[in-house]
Design a protein around this ligand. Structure first.
Ligand SMILES: O=C(O)CCC(=O)C(=O)O
Length: 259
């Protein structure tokens, strides 16, 4: 299938130099309403007694089957996996996502993971500095994060922060699953907060994150929620999924296209 790239040269220059890119108005209000409405519906049928909290800091979920099994079904960490839900799939598998990945030179991309992140007022926690390639590793690394703001993301309600250019320094550690559960293979480097820039964006903006970009978000200390839908793509042409990733799929997801 021929997929036409939809990023401009200016977008690409900015992405390659900064390691991130904000595409404003990537989604319109109808698409946002559809996804937020669908999440409300999923929540109505959600049994909160069986939940697990996903955290980049706390690894207590290491013995938690609910966490592992989230690879193949919709699970709730107050973040959730949605690639199999028709409403979220419509966005995740859309031509505009395919076009964006084509612009980034993906040949046979799959959406390997997705999360709905609520970041609720007062309780929406910090996501500590990390690189997405640590969690979704292929050999060679190929992950790109596509983070869609469903609501305005501001410094007050816990927007993303990133270190511009940090993707050029390579991957510093991996998150590995083995017989002992899950763990990082290296301690986290300490990052200087002053190196991060805030990515405040309007609802409907898409933030594209290079897999080696160091990014984070702080607690939501405001009275406003900060809902976001985040998907992660990896290359399957010439890149192999690492067997010791925490995420293990029963079947390889369908590629968005093959070129
Ligand atoms: O939404 C957040 O606060 C963090 C999301 C994130 O780090 C990611 O999607 O890779």
């Amino acid at each position: 299938m021929g997929v036409r790239g939809n990023l401009t040269d200016e977008h690409l220059r900015s992405f390659h130099s900064q390691g991130f890119l904000v595409v404003e108005s990537f989604c319109g209000p109808e698409e946002i309403d559809a996804m937020m409405g669908r999440m409300n519906h999923l929540l109505e049928n959600f049994d909160c007694s069986s939940t697990s909290i996903f955290s980049t800091r706390n690894q207590k979920q290491s013995s938690d089957d609910y966490f592992y099994e989230s690879a193949d079904k919709i699970s709730f960490f107050f973040e959730a996996l949605h690639e199999i839900d028709p409403v979220f799939c419509k966005f995740s598998c859309s031509e505009k996502i395919a076009g964006l990945l084509s612009s980034l030179s993906y040949r046979r991309p799959v959406i390997i993971q997705s999360m709905y992140i609520f970041k609720q007022p007062g309780i929406g926690g910090e996501v500590v500095p990390h690189q997405d390639n640590s969690f979704l590793y292929t050999e060679p690394p190929s992950c790109t994060g596509l983070w869609l703001a469903l609501e305005d993301a501001t410094i007050a309600n816990g927007c993303l922060w990133a270190i511009p250019g940090s993707h050029k320094n390579g991957l510093v550690r991996r998150f590995i699953r083995d017989d002992n559960g899950v763990h990082f293979d290296q301690p986290s480097p300490s990052y200087d907060r002053r190196d991060f820039v805030a990515l405040e964006v309007k609802a409907g903006s898409l933030v594209v994150l290079h897999g080696d970009l160091v990014h984070q978000s702080f607690e939501n200390q405001s009275p406003k929620s900060r809902h976001a839908y985040s998907v992660h793509a990896v290359e399957t042409d010439g890149c192999s999924w690492a067997a010791d990733n925490w995420l293990r799929k029963k079947a390889e997801p369908e590629p968005l296209y093959s070129s």
